[in-house]
Structures are given as C-alpha cells and as structure tokens.
Design a protein around this ligand. Sequence first.
Ligand code: PEP
Ligand code: MG
Length: 326
Amino acid sequence: EKKELEQYIGKPTVTKDGVRIELVANIGKPEDLEKVLQYDGEGVGLFRTEFLFMDRTAMPTEEEQFEAYKTVAEGLKGKPVIIRTLDIGGDKEIPYMGLTKDENPFLGYRAIRFCLDRKDDVYKPQLRALLRASAYGNIKIMVPMVTCIEELREAKALIEEIKKELDEQNIPYKKDIEVGIMVETAAASLMADVFAKEAAFFSIGTNDLTQYTMSVDRGNDKVSYLYSTFNPAVLRSIKRIITCGREAGIMVGMCGEAASDPLMIPLLLAFGLNEFSMSASAILYSRKLITGYSTQELQAVADKAMSFATAAEVESYMREFMAGQA
Ligand code: PEP
Ligand code: MG
C-alpha cells in the first residue's frame, strides 16, 4: 500500500478533466517541514503559529519568530506557505499571555479579537516578523476567526503601517504579500461575497465552521453527535463560501479536517475548491483520489448529496458512491 502511494510522489495533482488542484500541508513547527517534503506537499496551506508560543514561559521575540518563518519559507524553495497569525484563546491557553478564563472560551476573546486588542506587544511583532521573513520565500498571511470586515481591514491597515516602517529602515519584504482569511465562522460565511472583495484568498476552517454553524463545542463529547461536516447546513455554508470566492476570482482552500476526508473530497471538487490542506501523511492518498475524479462527472453526485436533509443520509450516500468507485 505504501509502495503503491509512493508512485504519486512528483505527480501533479490534476483531475481527469484537467483541473489543477493545490495539495498542501498543515504544520505547527518548522520541524514539520521535513514530512511535508517527504510526502511531496506542494506547499503549506496552514502554519498554525500558536505552536511557537506554546510550551514556554515567555512570548517568542520578533527575532525568534522571524527565524522560524524564514526557515519555513526557505525550506519550501518558492512553494507557497500560508502563515496564520496567532490563534489563541478558545481551547488553546498560553499562561504567560495573562488571559483569564472566559465563560464561553470559543465565543470569547480568541484569535484576531485578542490580537487586535494586543497590537503593540503581540500582533505588531508577529506581523513584522512575517513581513521580514517574506523576503525569503512565498509567504502569505492568513487572519483567523474573522467575523466582520472591520477586523480584516484593521489587520491589513496594521500590515501597511509596518510596511512603511520597514521601507524607512530599508528592510526587505514581499511588497505584494497576500493577506487572506480563514472562513470559519457563520458570519464570515454569510458575508463571504463581501469578504471576497477584500481578502486575497479564503481558507475554509471546517473544524470551527462546523462548531459555529451547529452551535456545538468541538471538544464536548456529550454533543459530538451533532458535530458533522456532512450536516447539510455546514455543506451549504461550504458551497456558498467556495462559490463566492470563485466568483470574485480569489483562491479558495480548505485547511480543516474535512479537506482530507475521502468522503468529502468528491463534494469539494464538485464545488470548485482550489486548494486542499491537510496533515502531510494524508497527501499522497488524497492525490490518488483527486487524480481519479472528473469534476464534471462529480456535479451530479454533489447535486444528489445536497438534496438530503440529514448528515446521516449525506454520509451514507457518499459511502455508497465511494464503494461504487472502488
Ligand atoms: C479549523 O478551524 O478548521 C482550522 C483549520 O483551524 P484550527 O483547527 O486550528 O482551529
Ligand atoms: Mg479554526
């Protein structure tokens, strides 16, 4: 089986009807790059930078962050890396940040909300490190947990401000660096047409999108039966995000767990997803699946899947479809 998948190393990820797909990896540390290259990832679709901040007693300095981002950018030799700015709060705690426990952590002081409130000591140093590192490879910046357009505008304004500082100090950076968003809240999905005009790209975070669409804590076992990305509500949301992004001509990727779910991949291809980001070890199998499909032929499958009223029906239909493929 492993040997069989190895034949997909070095092969382009193109569907049977010629649609080029970007098949990239999720990482948390520069060390993870080794596996990305081993499994022939075409880049990094999600670098969760909070891991650089965890398991320590103080914040990593701008310099330390710069080194980490530069290492990843250089290691990828021109392939793209989407670096997500700090996403803490929610279930991720960092003791030295001085956060008090929210009563509803997932609905509270998290990610971009926290960062925009801590511009001087947290967000600016991170963005400055990212911009400086962008001189060494193909870095894109991604803003997590956006709910309203002001948050994206404020982050972009801060980036512009730092660019000016770097210009004055003659420090190089990628002038046309792309700034995109995670689409992972119900609000961002409903406003995807508006966000698509101001974001350079979308990456759908299905882990949170499912949680925030279904109103179900992603870590709570008592209600986990409701947590399904196959729920028609979540599927409609995903489809809408992809359609809005594609209509505006921006790249739409996915970096939540659903991107590597074999039952989900045919639907995502039919919806027009451009980029799939997943753990490195899932890349070759996903390439095998994707190259075996025609997006044209999948349209009828997606239409049928979207006609069901329950997650169970969608999932069992996709299982039947997959079994028929084998
Ligand atoms: C997601 O929400 O789907 C995602 C990729 O981000 P995280 O799991 O880090 O919240
Ligand atoms: Mg998320």
